[in-house]
Each structure stands twice: as structure tokens, then as C-alpha cells.
Design a protein around this ligand. Sequence first.
Ligand SMILES: [Fe+2]
Length: 206
Amino acid sequence: MAIEEYEIQPLFAEPFFRTNISKAIGEEEIAYIKNLKTVPNKANLISDNLYIFEEPELVDVKAAVQEVLDFYASEVMGITQELYVTQSWALVNHPNTGMHGHSHSNSIISGSLYYCELPTPGSSMVFDRHKSYQQLQFIIEKEKQNIYNTPLNIITPKSGEVFLFSSGLQHFVENNTASKARYSIAFNTFIRGTIGELRDVSQLTL
Ligand SMILES: [Fe+2]
């Protein structure tokens, strides 16, 4: 019997959020971040300072990111608690370097900020459905790929954009094939407020 009528619906979906905050980032801030001391981080470079949003020079950038987090908590997560930045750091991917696959522990939502001009061709951020060993590894036919079976989601940033995504998602950054360095900021967040229910004895104030 040929199946002619059927229906598929997503039971749950994973949000990926992006918005542009370039208006909140000035030349002085760009120069300050680019000049931060960096140390080796496997293939790329990471700032020695891992709390850069606590620096007075970046107070306006931090406020703009906080506005995005407030919007995300309210409009995407639909919660009344506050998301706030925990650690924040700068990254430099020189030509021919990318960023190994990883996810962000002890964080709820992670983000990246492309605070200055990005080189061309751009290198994308790649989200991987799988985090580790796959007991069953299916090869998906290209023309049959869809949101239910795709192994990867590839997202190319634009200058001035902030990305927000669930911290548990495995991701990596493609090799920088441009002749100039690719600069970005990354950050983690946690939640402030009370979650759970008093009478369920699940209440937790953070
Ligand atoms: Fe990351």
C-alpha cells in the first residue's frame, strides 16, 4: 500500500537566536578587545582574561548583551527569571585555524558576539547533533535531509551579530580560510531568581 497522506510534526524544537547589536559597539571598544592579551587555546587564541565583560571599558557592550539576554529569557524561554553573563572571553582565529568541537558546562545559554568586521570568506559555526560515540551511525541521503535527521546545522555569522544557543549543544568553528584574523567574543550565562514550586518541594532560589 502506498502511503499518500501523512503528517509529521516537531514535538520539541531547539532555538537558535541571532540579532545585530553593532550600534552598541564603538571603535574604542573594538580596539580594546583586539588588544587584550591572548594565550593558546588548542588551535586558536583565547584572552587571558576570562571575565572581559567585567572590565569598565566594556560596560556598554555588556549592557547591550544583557538587553538581548533579557529579551531571550522573556520572549524565547518565556520565563520571568533573569539570565546573566558568568564568564566572557575573546577569541582570535588566525588564518588556517578553527575551533575544536565543544559544549559549555555550568551554563544555561551560551553566546557569541562578532564585535568587529569579519573576514571573507567567512567561517561558520557548526552545530552537531551528536556529542560523542554513536552506537548507530546513519548516513543521511542529502536530498532527504530535514530538521528531524540532519546531523549538522551550519550558521555563518555577520559582523555585529550576537548568537544565543543552549549551552549543551555541541559546536565547532570551521577553519578560517581568509587571509585575515577572525575575531569574536564568547560568553556563558546562568539564571538569577527563584525556580520550582514551594509546595512541590522543588523550589530553588539562585
Ligand atoms: Fe563555544
